[in-house]
Design a protein around this ligand. Structure first.
Ligand SMILES: Nc1ncnc2c1ncn2[C@@H]1O[C@H](COP(=O)(O)OP(=O)(O)OP(=O)(O)O)[C@@H](O)[C@H]1O
Ligand SMILES: [Mg+2]
Length: 220
């Protein structure tokens, strides 16, 4: 499903953030990604979601080599990936409902169907009263819930979630983890980046640990 071999990445020439990363996310698997702040978790997710290019190595996604793929072919693959960004990535000029609807709109779903799904999901994340409100008026945790709703609304083939519970209290964090588990049971391959060792310890999923640009531990 998603395979990285000897992958390196740098923002500044000669200063690699990822040096030699090898990861295989099998179809239907559920992994955690952890490691100290600044280790490169978000950078790794940006490679996996095709926002950045690797400087070395090979990335294969849905059986296609994306390292050599022309830019114009990427949106089609990207649409199969649900992404929860660490800083939410909500568009400030759109309402919460419009933000959550965006992936379905891009996929060309009929408006009525989109409206129904958005309403149902906003109810699930307890943001129904923020339907027509812009993101600036929401708290951090509320924005995070909207970002999660947007990432899962398409039932993506892969869900990449960057600190998805970083702004949620313990009870809500668990609730969202159970949502990710339910998606996973429905076939979605899941990767959750988190520093929350306690949360990670509550689930029996393999842990990828990033340190000094490599994955140092592939299990507990
Ligand atoms: N856009 C950027 N330009 C230059 N350097 C960057 C950029 N984004 C991240 N970095 C650097 O890359 C390194 C890894 O950052 P990254 O955000 O991937 O870490 P992280 O593991 O997600 O950290 P955190 O747990 O704090 O979210 C850091 O040293 C950071 O300064
Ligand atoms: Mg990060």
């Amino acid at each position: 499903m998603l395979d990285l071999q000897h992958v390196a990445m740098e923002y500044l020439p000669g200063r690699p953030v990822l040096r030699d990363v090898n990861v295989h996310l099998a179809k239907g698997s559920f992994h955690f990604l952890t490691g100290p702040s600044g280790a490169g978790k978000s950078s790794l997710l940006s490679l996996m979601s095709l926002q950045h290019r690797a400087s070395k190595g090979m990335i294969t996604m849905f059986g296609k080599n994306v390292t050599a793929m022309p830019r114009e072919e990427m949106p089609k693959l990207r649409r199969r990936v649900g992404l929860v960004l660490q800083d939410y990535g909500l568009l400030p000029h759109l309402t919460i409902a419009e933000n959550v609807a965006l992936p379905l709109k891009i996929a060309g779903e009929p408006a009525k169907q989109i409206a129904d799904k958005v309403r149902e999901l906003l109810e699930w994340v307890e943001l129904e009263q923020y339907h027509d409100v812009r993101p600036a008026l929401l708290s951090g945790g509320q924005k995070q819930r909207a970002a999660i709703a947007r990432a899962v609304i398409t039932k993506p083939d892969i869900l990449l979630a960057d600190e998805p519970t970083g702004n949620l209290d313990a009870a809500l964090s668990l609730r969202f983890m159970y949502l990710f588990e339910a998606l996973n049971k429905g076939g979605t391959t899941v990767l959750v980046a988190s520093h929350d060792e306690h949360l990670i310890s509550l689930f029996n999923h393999p842990v990828l640990r990033l340190q000094d640009g490599v994955i140092v531990r592939n299990n507990r």
